[in-house]
Design a protein around this ligand. Structure first.
Ligand code: MGD
Ligand code: MGD
Ligand code: MO
Length: 600
C-alpha cells in the first residue's frame, strides 16, 4: 500500500539514467528499486528544487502581464502563415511533444533532426537496421568494458558502480576520470575513431580474432568488409590516430574470449562522418562476436520511443533543428530549450532570430534565448505536472508525478489545449488519455513499466526490425573535412602529414550543469605546452566566430586540442551550423580554432 506522504516519480532531466525518485515528507531520494539506481541522486536534481531562480511572471514586450494576456498575445502571434515550433530537451517527459498537435492543426512548421545523437544513430541504423538499447543487465555481465567517447563519470554516473572489477579500455582524446583508471587508455586524435575501428577490425581479421560462427550467420559479407579495411594504409593511419601495432594488439587480446560491451558516447559523432564511425564501431563488435550475446553489445544513445505508437507524431513541414532559419518565420515558439546558446553558430542564430517578428519563449529560466523573446511564458517543472518518462539507455518507463504546486507556470498540456481553443479548434482529450496512451503500450513490472521494445539480448536472433536480417558493413568512405588521401591505397601519391596549425575544439558536457541549465562556465582548457597562464583571458576563434574565455591549463588534453564545455557562455560562437552527412545532426566539433593572447 502506498504511504500517503510518499510519492514515486522520476527525474525529467535529459540524461540517460532517467532515475526513479521517491518523495517523502518533502524530501527527494533515489528509488532504490529503480534499475539504474545506486542509492543516490545526482546534485543536478537537487538543484532543481527551490533555489534555482525561475521565471515567475509572463511578459509581453518586456512588460509583466497575466498568463491569460500572454496566452492571448501568443494566439495572435501564431495566427500568421509562417510559424515555427523549435523544441529543446530541457524536460524529457513525453508530454513535451503534445504541442505538436497544436502545430499540426495550425499548419505550422516543426523541426527534424537533433543537436545531439543523430549522426551516430544514422550509422547504427545503417548497420543494424534498428537502434535497440543495450540493457543494463548485459553491461553488468560484461568482463571488459570499452568506454569510447563517453565521459561516464559525469554524464552517466549511475553506470559507474556496475563497472567495478571489470577490465576497462578507454578511447578518448581527453584523459577523463575513467581514462585515468583504465587498464588501457588510447589518447587518440579527435575525429579519428572511424580509423581506430577500421584498424582494429583489420588486425582482428589478420590475427584470427573474428568469431567465424557468428559472422557466418549474421554478417556474412565480412570478407568484403575485410577488403574494405585493406584500402586503408596502416602506418600513416596509426600515426595519425596516435597509436601503434602493439597497443592495437593489446586491445584485441584483452577483449579476446571475454564478454565485452562497448559504451559509446556522443564524443565520437559530433562530426559530419559520425554515422560512419558508429557503423565502423558496430562492425568491429560484430566481427569479434560481441553483439547479440550475453554480456556483450554496443551501447549508444538508444531510441527511447522504439516500439511505441506516438500520439504526438505529426507530418507537415519540417526544417533542420540544428540549422533552422528562424528569419523565414514571423513567429517562433521556443519550448524547453535555449537555442541561442545551445545551437551551433550562435551569431547566425541571433541574426536569424532578429529577423523574426515574434519570439515566444516557453521555459523555466532566464537565459540567452529568453533575453531575445517578445513573449515569455513560464513553464512548470517536472515536479509540478504529470508526465511519462522514457529513457534512451534502459527500458524502464516511469510515471512523472506532480509533487508540488506552481501557481505561475503552465504545463505543455494546458498551453496546447488553451491555444487550440483560442484558435477555434477542438480541445484536446483529457490529459490522462495521453498519459495512458503510453503506459498502455508497456508491460507493468513492479512499480515500473517496461518498454515494448525490450529484448533481453538485442540482436540475438539477427538484425533489422524483425530480427531476420544480417548486419551491414560499411563499404565506402568519404570525408570532406580532413585530407585523408594519404590514408587510402587508391591514392598513394601524397605523403604529406596532416598539418595541425589550429586546435581541435572538444566540447563535452559539464559536471554541475545540464547542457545550458544550472551552472554556466567561462573557461577554455588548454595543454600547458601552449604557453598560456591560468586565468589569462584569451580570444578563441574559428571561421564561424569568436569569443573570450579564461584559460585553465590541463595535462589531460592533447597538444592539438582545446576543451570548452557545453555550458560555457559563448562556446557556440565557435561551432559550425553544418549538418551531418547522415542523420540531420549538429556537428559541434567539425571545426578547428585558434587561441590568441589579448594584449593588456
Ligand atoms: N552532468 C551532465 N550530464 C549529462 C549532460 C550534461 O550536460 N551534464 N547532458 C546529457 C546529454 S544531453 C547527453 S547527449 C549526454 C552525452 O554524454 P556523453 O556521451 O558522455 O557526451 P559528451 O560529454 O559530449 O562527450 C563525451 C566524451 O567524448 C570525448 N570526445 C570528444 N571528441 C572525441 C573524439 O573525436 N573521439 C572520441 N573517442 N572521444 C571524443 C570527450 O572528451 C568526452 O569525454 O550526457 C547527458 N548527461
Ligand atoms: N558546444 C556544445 N553545444 C551543445 C552540446 C555540446 O556538447 N557542446 N550538446 C548538444 C546536446 S547533446 C543537446 S541535447 C542540446 C541541448 O540544448 P537545449 O535543448 O537547448 O537544452 P538546454 O540548453 O539545457 O535548455 C533547456 C531549457 O529548457 C527549459 N525547460 C526545462 N524544463 C522545462 C519544462 O518542463 N517545460 C518547458 N517548457 N521548458 C523547460 C529550461 O528553461 C532550459 O533553459 O545542446 C547541444 N549543444
Ligand atoms: Mo544531448
Amino acid at each position: 500500500m502506498q504511504n500517503e506522504n510518499k510519492i514515486e516519480t522520476s527525474c525529467g532531466l535529459d540524461c540517460p539514467d532517467a532515475c526513479g525518485i521517491v518523495v517523502e515528507d518533502n524530501s527527494i531520494k533515489a528509488d532504490p528499486n529503480h534499475p539504474t539506481s545506486t542509492g543516490s541522486l545526482c546534485s543536478l536534481v537537487n538543484k532543481y528544487l527551490p533555489d534555482e531562480p525561475r521565471i515567475t511572471s509572463p511578459k509581453v514586450n518586456g512588460k509583466e502581464v497575466t498568463l491569460a494576456e500572454a496566452l492571448e498575445a501568443t494566439k495572435e502571434a501564431l495566427d500568421t502563415p509562417r510559424k515555427l515550433l523549435w523544441r529543446g530537451s530541457g524536460n524529457f517527459g513525453v508530454m513535451q511533444e503534445i504541442s505538436n498537435l497544436l502545430f499540426d492543426k495550425i499548419d505550422g512548421t516543426t523541426t527534424k533532426g537533433t543537436l545531439c545523437d543523430g549522426s551516430g544513430d544514422a550509422g547504427i541504423l545503417e548497420g543494424r537496421g534498428v537502434n535497440r538499447i543495450l540493457p543494463i543487465e548485459q553491461i553488468k555481465k560484461a568482463e571488459v568494458v570499452v568506454v569510447w567517447g563517453k565521459n561516464i563519470t559525469i554524464t552517466s554516473a549511475h553506470l559507474m558502480p556496475h563497472l567495478k572489477d571489470k577490465k576497462i579500455i578507454v578511447i578518448d582524446p581527453v584523459k577523463t576520470a575513467i581514462a585515468k583508471k583504465a587498464d588501457i587508455y588510447l589518447q587518440i586524435a579527435p575525429r579519428s575513431d572511424f580509423f581506430v575501428a577500421i584498424m582494429l577490425s583489420r588486425f582482428a581479421l589478420m590475427g584470427n580474432f573474428e568469431d567465424k560462427e557468428y559472422i557466418e550467420e549474421h554478417a556474412s559479407e565480412y570478407e568484403d568488409f575485410y577488403d574494405f579495411t585493406q584500402e586503408f594504409r596502416i602506418r600513416p593511419i596509426l600515426d595519425y590516430i596516435n597509436t601503434d601495432l602493439q597497443e592495437m594488439g593489446s586491445i584485441l587480446e584483452m577483449i579476446d574470449g571475454k564478454k565485452t560491451v562497448f559504451l559509446v558516447g556522443n564524443g565520437v559523432q559530433k562530426y559530419s562522418i559520425g554515422h560512419l564511425t558508429l557503423q565502423a564501431i558496430d562492425s568491429l563488435a560484430v566481427m569479434l562476436g560481441k553483439m547479440g550475446k550475453e554480456g556483450c553489445g554496443v551501447g549508444f544513445l538508444g531510441n527511447s520511443k522504439l516500439g511505441f505508437n506516438n500520439p504526438f507524431e505529426i507530418k507537415g513541414k519540417k526544417v533542420q533543428k540544428a540549422n533552422a532559419n528562424f528569419g523565414d518565420f514571423d513567429s517562433v515558439l521556443i519550448q524547453g530549450g535555449n537555442p541561442v546558446a545551445s545551437m551551433p553558430n550562435s551569431s547566425r542564430v541571433i541574426e536569424e532570430l532578429q529577423k523574426t517578428k515574434t519570439i515566444i519563449y516557453f521555459g523555466l529560466y532566464e537565459n540567452e534565448t529568453s533575453a531575445m523573446a517578445n513573449i515569455i511564458i513560464p513553464a512548470k517543472n517536472f515536479f509540478e505536472k504529470e508526465d511519462v518518462r522514457l529513457s534512451y539507455a534502459h527500458h524502464s518507463i516511469s510515471p512523472m508525478r506532480k509533487i508540488q504546486e506552481c501557481d505561475y507556470g503552465i504545463s505543455e498540456y494546458d498551453f496546447t489545449n488553451i491555444l487550440l481553443q483560442k484558435l477555434d479548434f477542438e480541445p484536446l482529450k483529457e490529459e490522462q488519455y495521453y498519459l495512458d496512451f503510453w503506459f498502455n503500450q508497456c508491460t507493468k513490472v513492479d512499480r515500473y513499466y517496461r518498454s515494448p521494445a525490450y529484448q533481453e539480448i538485442p540482436y540475438q536472433e539477427g538484425f533489422g526490425e524483425e530480427s531476420d536480417e544480417e548486419f551491414i558493413f560499411p563499404d565506402e568512405f568519404g570525408d570532406d573535412f580532413i585530407k585523408t588521401k594519404q590514408f587510402t591505397r587508391a591514392r598513394r601519391k601524397s605523403k604529406k602529414e596532416v598539418i595541425i596549425s589550429d586546435y581541435w575544439l572538444i566540447t563535452p558536457k559539464a559536471n554541475k550543469a545540464l547542457n545550458t541549465q544550472f551552472k554556466r562556465d567561462n573557461q577554455v582548457a588548454v595543454h600547458p605546452s601552449l604557453g598560456f597562464e591560468d586565468e589569462e583571458r584569451v580570444k578563441v576563434y574559428s571561421k564561424w566566430g569568436e569569443h573570450y574565455f579564461f584559460v585553465k591549463n590541463s595535462e589531460a588534453l592533447r597538444k592539438d586540442s582545446v576543451l570548452i564545455t557545453a555550458n560555457t557562455i559563448g562556446v557556440n560562437f565557435l561551432t559550425p551550423n553544418i549538418i551531418s552527412d547522415e542523420g540531420d545532426s549538429a556537428c559541434y566539433q567539425e571545426v578547428k580554432v585558434k587561441v590568441e593572447k589579448i594584449d593588456a
